[in-house]
Design a protein around this ligand. Structure first.
Ligand code: ADP
Length: 171
C-alpha cells in the first residue's frame, strides 16, 4: 500500500486508531446508571464487562431534584456488599455529567446495556455526544435474552404491588 492510500484509508476510518494493548478492551470501564434497584440484568453487564476490562466502576448517578425509590446511599451500600469479594469492582455515586465523572475516574470507556430498540436509539445518541465531548467511547452490550425483560422500573412496580422481588435481585 502506498502512502497516499494509507492516508486515504486512515481518513475514511476517522483517523489513526488508538494503539492496541492499552486502549480498547483494557483498563477501567465506567458503568453508570440509576440502579434503583440494582438487578440481575445489571449484574450480568458487570460480569461480562469484567471479561473485557481490567476494572469496573459502578457509578450510581443521582439528581438532587429527582428522588429515587431507594436512597443513593442505600443503592451504593447494597452494590458494595455484593462485590465485597471482587477487588476489580468499585462502587461510587456521582451527580452531573457522566463523561466528566468518567474522566475523573480515568476510564478508558463507558459500558451500557441494551435491551430494546428504544434503548439502542437512546444509547447510540448518548454515546455519540459523549465521544464528541471527551473522546471516551461507549461499549454497548446486548442484554442476555433471559434478562432482556428485566428493568428496575418493573421491579419497583412489583414491589409497590407487594410482590416478592428477591428473584430479580442478585444475592
Ligand atoms: P439509567 O437510568 O441510566 O438507564 P438503569 O439503572 O436503568 O439506569 O440502567 C443502567 C444500565 O443498565 C443501562 O445501560 C441499561 O440499559 C442497563 N440495563 C438495565 N437492565 C438491564 C438488563 N436486564 N440487561 C442488560 N442491561 C440492562
Amino acid at each position: 500500500m502506498n502512502s497516499k492510500s494509507d492516508k486515504n484509508t486512515s481518513k475514511h476510518l476517522g483517523g489513526t486508531p488508538p494503539p492496541r494493548g492499552r486502549g480498547w478492551g483494557r483498563g477501567l470501564v465506567l458503568f453508570p446508571g440509576s440502579f434503583d434497584p440494582f438487578t440481575l440484568g445489571h449484574a450480568d453487564i458487570v460480569r461480562r464487562a469484567l471479561g473485557l476490562f481490567d476494572e469496573i466502576v459502578i457509578a450510581v448517578g443521582y439528581n438532587e431534584q429527582k428522588k429515587g425509590w431507594l436512597s443513593v446511599e442505600e443503592r451504593v451500600a447494597t452494590i458494595k456488599k455484593l462485590y465485597a469479594g471482587e477487588p476489580r469492582v468499585t462502587v461510587e455515586s456521582y451527580t452531573g455529567l457522566t463523561v466528566d465523572f468518567a474522566r475523573e475516574c480515568g476510564a478508558t470507556a463507558i459500558v451500557r446495556g441494551i435491551r430494546t430498540t428504544a434503548d439502542f436509539e437512546y444509547e447510540v445518541q448518548m454515546a455519540d455526544v459523549n465521544r464528541q465531548l471527551t473522546g471516551i467511547e461507549t461499549v454497548l452490550l446486548p442484554a442476555s435474552p433471559q434478562l432482556a425483560s428485566l428493568s428496575s422500573s418493573v421491579v419497583r412496580e412489583l414491589a409497590h404491588l407487594g410482590h416478592d422481588i428477591s428473584k430479580f435481585l442478585p444475592a
